[in-house]
Design a protein around this ligand. Sequence first.
Ligand code: SF4
Ligand code: MG
Length: 336
Amino acid sequence: DQTLLEVNDLKKHFALGGGLFGRDAKVLKAVDGLSFTVARGETLSLVGESGCGKSTVAKALMRLYRPTAGQVVLGGKRIDELSDGALRPMRRRIQMVFQDPFSSLNPRMRVRAILAEPIRNFGLAKGRADMEARLGALMERVGLPRDALGRFPHEFSGGQRQRIGIARALAAEPDLIICDEAVSALDVSVKAQIVNLLCDLQRDLHLAMLFISHDLAIVEHMTHRVAVMYLGKIVEIGPRRELFTAPKHPYTQALLSAVPVPEPGAARTRIVLKGDVPSPIAPPPGCRFHTRCPHAFDRCRTEVPKLLSVGRGHEAACHLNEASGEGTAHLSASTA
Ligand code: SF4
Ligand code: MG
């Protein structure tokens, strides 16, 4: 079985207080019933506008949050219900690269200490020489000179710092790396370099990667599969090629329409969505996207669409796909 990570009906709700006796208590359903898998050596991208719950998924997987419901299975073992003690040896296997390379590295630690910490914590080095070899190899892997081990984070550029953040994640020898907007804060040219580095590492080390991003243009060139989130739910999931060339959910189609195409004259027709993402405290009934969907009809306002197969390994949650089956005519990709 090549499945490394399996997430089943994951929910993370936050109670927001409210009046006496919880009479007006509100619940923020940040993640509301998410299921997906990541295979060994695979990159799955989780995309959607900010506030859709992407980072909450990451935090639940890292067990920075305990899920409200659902299961997280890593390498055949449920990790959502482990005690903190039992979880410790599993922690090595999922590592994270954060958005902000400026605040995610301790400014008072030299790179050597930053990278040695996970190696020591997880007991990976066999003696001093092995530690040195590991530190050198990590620097080489992320394209930094070995003698930079003695420097402090502030002595590096943003892109170099993100390389250090990646090296720190790799130091633990993880099976899965979660990148939460890991290139969003970087300049355009640096962004491409870091994306290329992640692609190389993913391939060379056969790493699984959960790449969280609001930017479909970046995802297009690096991912195997894509899951599109809207208000705490996956609305479409599928192989990269199918999703980019024949998106089946109106929200995916709108997001994609904003992604520039490289070939001249092949411009996508921009679909501009009305309004903002509604509050996850009071998501719209029926299809959560109906308040912004250009195709919404009566049924959308009352009935929640299910994720249904629209192709091989490709699912979408939209009543229009249900009504006319696969390759529905009126939902033909206006973005292709
Ligand atoms: Fe739009 Fe209705 Fe499909 Fe939701 S179910 S995406 S509102 S057409
Ligand atoms: Mg986020």
